[in-house]
Write a protein that binds this ligand. Structure first.
Ligand SMILES: *Cc1c(COP(=O)(O)O)cnc(C)c1O
Length: 415
């Protein structure tokens, strides 16, 4: 038996790989109990935006911890939740007037799907079909898996997953995707769910903002709801607060999590337009929105989110992001000269490349080899198959950023 009883996510314990123990973090750095300094090149799985242990966010959590830990959110409220909701209304598009709290990206997607079906059921036009994009990832709960790409990650659970219609990933002008979307919209689906501009876990695949704008137009024309899952892309990752901004669109339902608390606490929101809320508004209790989790809008998590929103409102975060995007572009340009690097691409602060190898896909042999090489180099980088991506906290220094790309070059040379 291994020393620890902990069963880790997306980890094959049978491979016996070391599991470093992190004691402390600051900015873009993680520190192990035995004193190693590790550069966090993937923002601790895409959550840490401004940097680890941001003083204002930590102080807000500490202050809240002295006042209120937890309170049922069905029929009760509290100051941090109200502050988050008001802050989101100021920051996010005006059309999104309602804020529903949950605790993770996956639950924010489950909530979005239930809101969409609830909207159609409550307005007397039941619709059930969900349209999705090839390579999509929306989380690991059963509903979220159903609207995500099928593969080795969910093959064992396939009988539990509901049917969806999958649009081909949009290449170039996306005409094939858009034609299929138009055809499928005639069958009156409930909603289209997309990760705007970039499919993250599906391999950091980027598509054009014009295609996203056209998707919005087609959905509107056919009265199909558009759900934007900005769990990864939200909070500046693609260069704007929301990726949807680059297409000049507003979804009917918006999922936010990961960077909502700056990456400090688990929290999510699903924002909706007024018609979706209004469809649930009635004197009839059978039409309320039937969803909750025990820790909905936990006050400590909300305090962290309120502090994050204040940082966005009071600091030049977009400038910082623009600077990082430029530095990322420079590094990517250099890396792209490596003959084994293919398909270099960037969306705002995120860069990605494929490293050429005999076997492609998530179970590529190269992934684990690179992972262990990166770990030895004190880099937190986690290839998706043979795709390597860099998504650092916005505060990362030039030196640390350069060390990530040096580590990738070294990995390519030695794996
Ligand atoms: C990470 C992610 C999710 C799931 O979020 P969790 O908090 O891990 O449940 C959903 N959608 C997208 C686009 C994500 O990147």
């Amino acid at each position: 038996m291994s020393a620890s009883p902990v069963w880790h996510p997306f980890t094959q314990h049978g491979l016996g790989e070391p599991i470093p123990r992190i004691a402390r973090a600051e900015g873009a750095a993680l520190f192990t109990a035995d004193g190693r300094r590790i550069v966090d090149a993937i923002s601790s799985w895409w959550v840490t935006t401004h940097g680890h242990c941001h003083p204002a966010i930590m102080a807000a959590i500490a202050e809240q911890a002295g006042k209120l830990d937890q309170i049922i959110f069905a029929g009760w409220t509290h100051e941090p939740a109200e502050a988050v909701a008001q802050g989101l209304l100021q920051l996010m598009p005006n059309e999104l007037t309602r804020v529903f709290f949950s605790d993770s990206g996956s639950t924010s997607v489950e909530v979005a799907l239930k809101m969409a079906l609830g909207y159609w059921a409550n307005t007397g036009r039941p619709r059930h079909k969900i349209l999705v994009l090839e390579h999509a990832y929306h989380g690991d709960t059963v509903g979220a898996m159903s609207v995500g790409a099928r593969g080795v990650f969910n093959a064992a659970y396939a009988p539990l997953l509901f049917d969806v219609e999958t649009l081909p990933f949009p290449h170039g002008d996306g005409s094939t995707t858009l034609e299929q979307l138009t055809a499928l919209c005639r069958e009156e689906p409930a909603a289209l769910i997309v990760e705007p501009l970039i499919c993250g876990a599906g391999g950091m695949k980027i598509y054009d903002a014009d295609v996203l704008a056209e998707m919005r137009r087609i959905c509107t024309a056919h009265d199909v709801l558009l759900i934007a899952d900005e769990v990864m892309t939200g909070w500046g990752r693609t260069g704007t607060l929301l990726a949807c901004e680059q297409a000049g669109i507003v979804p009917d339902i918006l999922c936010l999590s990961k960077g909502l608390t700056g990456g400090a606490m688990p929290l999510a929101v699903t924002m909706a337009t007024e018609p979706i809320f209004a469809a649930h508004l009635s004197q009839d209790r059978a039409r309320m929105f039937f969803h909750s989790s025990s820790y909905t809008a936990n006050p400590l998590a909300c305090a962290a989110a309120a502090a994050n929103i204040a940082i966005w409102q009071n600091e030049p975060v977009l400038e910082r992001i623009g600077g990082l995007a430029e530095r990322q572009a420079t590094q990517l340009e250099k890396l792209a000269r490596n003959p084994r690097v293919a398909n270099p691409r960037r969306a705002g602060t995120i860069t990605a490349v494929e490293i050429e190898d005999a076997q492609d896909g998530y179970l590529s042999r190269l992934g684990p080899a690179l992972l262990s090489r990166f770990r030895q180099a004190d880099l937190l980088l986690r290839p998706l198959g043979n795709a390597v991506y860099v998504m650092p906290p916005y505060c990362i220094s030039d030196e640390d950023l350069a060390s990530i790309y040096d580590g990738i070059e070294d990995g390519i040379a030695n794996c």
